[in-house]
Design a protein around this ligand. Structure first.
Ligand SMILES: CSCCC(=O)C(=O)COP(=O)(O)O
Ligand SMILES: [Mg+2]
Length: 240
């Protein structure tokens, strides 16, 4: 089986992570608790670090509490984790903790079995690969560095998150990535498990593939009118 992507050549593939390259269960059941347990010390002892200070300022601004202390910030972050909010400061702080956890060997990033062989074959065929995830760029790099399949960062030409591109359900974010990577939108394919993201990418002129994997949270929602696959093996790409 393969998704009908049309016959036009593809120069770039942009990858969502959670639900697309890798299982949501690992993120929610392993990564979120890992970060939650470490936010107290991070906020209490490392507030002078630039990434931490910036994220704390963003949380204060978002909740309208300029004087919120570390205990209050930790509580807000915990509530955002509970609702799986893809808030940029939460993702930045998770990225700090996760990058250290990966480097220490506490965490190893899983990929679905079909993903890495396809990434390698697309890369070998000259297709440029990019990541666009709600997870921070620091988290993405760590994820691809410390993967269960060995280091994969050499396959990736660029990293985009809600900080350097914008929210994933906003077409403007995809236009920003197009401007950054210099690949025409019609030769760029986005793979994601979420309909809102696929719609935004299509509105920006990108080609789209909805990845629907059994057991993933958005499986039941479907991917609307987007070409649909259950595995990367079904993604047929034409190169020029
Ligand atoms: C390496 S990012 C970890 C996963 C994460 O925090 C996340 O929000 C992933 O969201 P995605 O946009 O990849 O579905
Ligand atoms: Mg996703």
């Amino acid at each position: 089986m393969s998704a009908d992507l049309g016959s036009g050549a593809v120069d770039a593939v942009v990858l969502d992570i959670e639900g697309t390259t890798s299982a949501t269960g690992f993120v929610v059941d392993v990564m979120y608790p890992y970060a939650r347990e470490r936010f107290g010390p991070l906020l209490g002892e490392r507030s002078h670090e630039a990434v931490v200070a910036r994220a704390v300022a963003q949380v204060r601004e978002e909740i309208g509490e300029p004087d919120a202390d570390a205990v209050r910030i930790e509580k807000v972050l915990g509530a955002w984790i509970d609702e799986d909010r893809k808030a940029t400061p939460l993702k930045a702080l998770q990225g700090v903790v996760w990058a250290e956890g990966f480097a220490r060997g506490d965490l190893v990033a899983p990929f679905f079995d079909d993903v890495v062989p396809r990434l390698r074959s697309w890369y070998a065929a000259g297709i440029r690969l990019y990541v666009y995830s709600s997870g921070s760029v620091a988290a993405q790099r760590a994820w691809f560095t410390h993967s269960a399949h060995g280091p994969l960062t050499d396959l990736v030409s660029g990293w985009y998150d809600t900080e350097n591109a914008g929210p994933k359900q906003d077409p403007g974010s995809y236009r920003a990535i197009t401007a950054a990577i210099g690949v025409p939108p019609g030769r760029t394919v986005f793979l994601s498990d979420r309909l809102g993201e696929l719609n935004a990418a299509r509105e920006a002129g990108w080609r789209t593939v909805g990845v629907r994997r059994a057991g993933e949270p958005y499986f039941a929602d479907g991917v609307g009118g987007h070409p649909e696959v259950g595995s990367f093996d079904e993604v047929g790409l034409v190169t020029s």
